[in-house]
Design a protein around this ligand. Structure first.
Ligand code: S3P
Length: 168
């Protein structure tokens, strides 16, 4: 079973992914962490030194490597992963994608307190952050919406995830 958790920054993909991994006894991968390991550099440093285009290519390559070399896993993807290089089609072909659809208000509340590690938002004022989330979310919805499973409930519960996965 290959499960890809997708959704905007701050939706709790890593948190829910670890919960699912423990419950189902399936290995967990955090795509950002794997990219960091692969490059021996933080996400911020990759963006700053090589640029976003380089990061997106790397993101696609690491996504493919993990998917091809592992039979079964839960993967927390990055917020932009499904939006580049047909990655959403690839995920749906290889396994099940799940969109954690968190409201813009909740995202804003969470991200306003955790800008530092995220290159796309670290230099924004709170007001700019709100506008950034609204615009990016609306651009990305078309990709997120192609997920095999959509979870609208907040907060995401492990029981709901399990129920949806086994009735998909
Ligand atoms: C990004 C989200 C980040 C990380 C990178 C770009 C995005 O992942 O991949 O900073 O484009 O939304 P998280 O969603 O885990 O924060």
């Amino acid at each position: 079973m290959k499960i890809f958790l997708i959704g905007f920054m701050g939706t709790g993909k890593t948190y829910s992914g670890k919960q699912l991994s423990d419950k189902l006894n399936i290995p967990f991968f955090d795509l950002d962490e794997e990219i960091i390991r692969h490059e021996s550099k933080s996400i911020n440093a990759i963006f700053a030194e090589k640029g976003e285009e380089y990061f997106r290519l790397l993101e696609k390559d690491v996504l493919h490597i993990i998917t091809e070399y592992n039979e079964s896993f839960i993967m927390a993807c990055g917020g932009g992963t499904p939006c580049y290089y047909n990655n959403i089609d690839y995920m749906n072909k290889e396994g099940i994608s799940i969109w954690l659809n968190t409201s813009i208000d909740t995202l804003y509340k969470r991200l306003a307190n955790e800008k530092e590690k995220r290159p796309l938002i670290r230099d924004l004022t709170d007001e700019q952050l709100r506008a950034f989330i609204a615009k990016k979310f609306s651009d990305r919805k078309i990709f997120y919406g192609q997920a095999s499973i959509i979870i609208d409930e907040e907060p995401v519960s492990l029981d709901k995830l399990i129920e949806k996965i086994f009735h998909a």
